[in-house]
Write a protein of this length. Structure first.
Length: 367
């Protein structure tokens, strides 16, 4: 692949300088990502991010890049208006020499490039509580800057990604077909999700009837999708915009809590270790609302605690659906790992239900 990058790919983009070398970069599992290095005669060397887009996941690469160019262009305008640095505070797409954002190589692979954001780090875990708060501020700021973006113009890069009603239909189909002959082993788990079926309609119906606004959503609000400044620990740039789509702000907030406020790993087998930390919930809520609070509606704010439960419910149901289908979607490294993942999400849902009033009280402190 390095020879292909050297001999074909780099010459197609508007990179500055002379190519030195490329190396694999990051921890992403979807696209193939490389850091590419260039020397410059009178300036320090420069590097870029070069990615091969996974078109088995993102079947419309041109629609994908239309989303990214539209959103980053909007962000760049707002950042400049606010006196910020657009080269550090949003992704900068490097165009091809033809002036497009994608290059299709001789093998049919689609490539794109971004300017590398220097002196910043992506963290895989919450090493210090301040990182979680600062990630919340960054996602809240992202939401605020895009609050006036016409979300309806965005392509759905993964259709029905957070359509919980659709996820329930997939789940019920998996139960009925029972492809791996496992349904009889998980009857209690199946009932747990069926008992909460109406919860799955709440946000979908509210968007449809206009009770909740359609917004630009990131849909992968993990800590490692924020670039943190190496000197200040501030979240400076939201990255990995492939799943930016029209949706609800509740998807992003809820999934952040599901993933970030849990006291255990996603596949923890000792369920006594699994709970939702109210301290971490408060840390994230405080950071998020400090940036996004004034741009949200009363109904969005009211549903913030519920959104954590909804996204956890949806994720747990997806793990159980995959388990029933024979573990064909999520990678597993041991038998019954998807069922373990399902159990952690179920435990989190039950814990959130007990803490819902306290979560609402915390939200009320920051509005």
């Amino acid at each position: 692949m390095h020879e292909k990058i050297r001999n074909e790919i780099v010459s197609q983009f508007q990179f500055e300088g002379t190519f030195i070398y490329a190396e694999p970069f990051g921890c992403g599992h979807i696209n193939s990502t490389y850091a590419v290095y260039f020397s410059r005669e009178t300036k320090a060397p420069i590097r870029y991010i070069l990615q091969a887009v996974n078109t088995s996941i993102f079947t419309d690469p041109y629609g994908l890049m239309e989303n990214i160019e539209g959103v980053t262009g909007h962000l760049r305008k707002k950042i400049i208006e606010n006196g910020g640095n657009p080269l550090r505070e949003t992704l900068t797409v490097v165009l091809t020499k033809d002036g497009t954002s994608l290059y299709k190589d001789s093998d049919g692979t689609y490539w794109r490039a971004y300017l590398f954001i220097e002196d910043a780090t992506c963290y895989q875990t919450v090493e210090r509580p301040i990182l979680f708060t600062n990630a919340a501020k960054a996602f809240g700021h992202f939401q605020k800057l895009l609050s006036d973006y016409p979300a309806e113009t965005l392509h759905e890069t993964i259709p029905n990604f957070h359509n919980t009603r659709s996820r329930y239909a997939d789940f019920e189909k998996a139960v009925k077909e029972d492809l791996a002959c496992r349904a009889s082993l998980v009857s209690e788990e199946i009932q747990f999700f069926m008992d909460r079926r109406e919860d799955g309609n709440t946000v979908v119906d509210a968007i449809a009837n206009g009770t909740l606004p359609l917004r630009v959503t990131h849909n992968d609000t993990k800590l490692n999708n924020i670039m943190m400044d190496n000197d200040t620990d501030e979240g400076i740039c939201v990255i990995d915009l492939d799943t930016v789509m029209p949706g609800s702000v509740l998807y992003d907030f809820g999934d952040s809590i599901r993933f970030g406020a849990s006291t255990a790993t996603e596949d923890e087998q000792d369920l006594s270790k699994v709970s939702m930390s109210l301290d971490l919930f408060e840390a994230y809520t405080a950071g998020f609302l400090s940036e996004a609070g004034n741009s949200l509606t009363e109904e969005e704010i009211r549903l913030l605690p519920f959104s954590a439960k909804l996204m956890t419910l949806e994720c747990g149901m997806r793990f159980l659906t995959d388990y029933l289908n024979g573990d064909t979607y999520f990678k597993i490294h041991r038998e019954h790992q998807n069922l373990d993942r399902c159990h952690t999400q179920m435990t989190l849902v039950a814990d959130m239900e007990k803490k819902m009033d306290k979560m609402a009280e915390i939200v009320s402190r920051y509005i």
